[in-house]
Design a binder for this molecule. Structure first.
Ligand code: C5P
Length: 227
């Protein structure tokens, strides 16, 4: 029997948006559909990996029966779920569009409108990917950077700041990338290499990304900016 590229490997994927509740009927969120993250989870499972998927609120459905999925709502819940599932994981792929901030207070009743303006105090959410990358023995860490301008420069900065192995950058200006079946990804490696995967369907991109990850794992030469 031929060995699949990720046979024997454990992969943990985050996907979709997070919802940060303001009161019982309102929340803050972003435009992520979850399609890219679900395509990656499916591609990893098809490549023979044991896949755990932590998903924010989404209508997506995983295709592979073997994928173990946990549904969460907020960034804090996503962080807890990720840390709980990390044991033995070889690759962490953070595809979720995690909300950077959450409301400082969750109102227990629906907030009533009063004046013409209102202020909402927000506090910073933890960075899940950077938290995992900072662990004493982190898995291979793969991030995504959705940018509207200077895609490569912003993505390279995130790769370095989060101290991860690989980042997949894409331009989301003018609605590109969001809630669509195609995307264009540029891969930036911590050792300075880069690779343009071009414009393709999200499932084709996911397959290519998984092949790249399998090759990097096999080579065992994973580098981050700060070794
Ligand atoms: O939001 P940002 O552009 O920094 O996201 C870059 C990468 O970091 C993505 O892979 C995203 O999933 C991850 N991230 C995270 N936790 C956050 C913010 C981003 O894991 N709070």
């Amino acid at each position: 029997m031929t060995e699949l590229p990720l046979s024997g490997r454990k992969v943990l994927v985050t996907a979709g948006p997070t919802y940060e509740d303001i009161d019982p009927v309102r929340y803050l969120a972003n435009r992520s559909s979850g399609k890219m993250g679900f395509a990656i989870a499916d591609a990893a499972a098809a490549a023979g990996a044991e896949v755990q998927l932590v998903a924010g609120p989404t209508n997506c459905q995983q295709q592979h029966a073997g994928i173990v999925r946990s549904d969460v709502r907020s960034a804090l819940q996503m962080l807890d779920a990720v840390l709980e599932k990390l044991q033995g994981v070889d690759v962490f792929i953070a595809c979720a569009a995690v909300a950077d901030y959450r409301p400082a207070r969750l109102a227990s009743e629906k907030i009533k409108k009063s004046g013409t303006r209102m202020q909402l105090e927000l506090v910073r959410n933890p960075d899940i990917l950077a938290t995992v990358a900072a662990l004493p023995q982190p898995p291979m860490t793969v991030g995504f950077a959705a940018e509207t301008c200077q895609v490569e420069a912003h993505a390279r900065r995130k790769l370095q700041q989060k101290n991860i192995h690989l980042i997949a950058a894409n331009c989301v200006a003018g609605g590109q990338g969001f809630d669509r079946c195609d995307n264009r990804l540029l891969l930036l490696y911590a050792d300075g290499r880069q690779q343009d995967l071009g414009l393709q369907s999200k499932s084709a991109l996911a397959d290519e990304l998984i092949q790249v990850i399998a090759t990097e794992l096999r080579a065992g030469l994973l580098a981050t900016a700060t070794p």
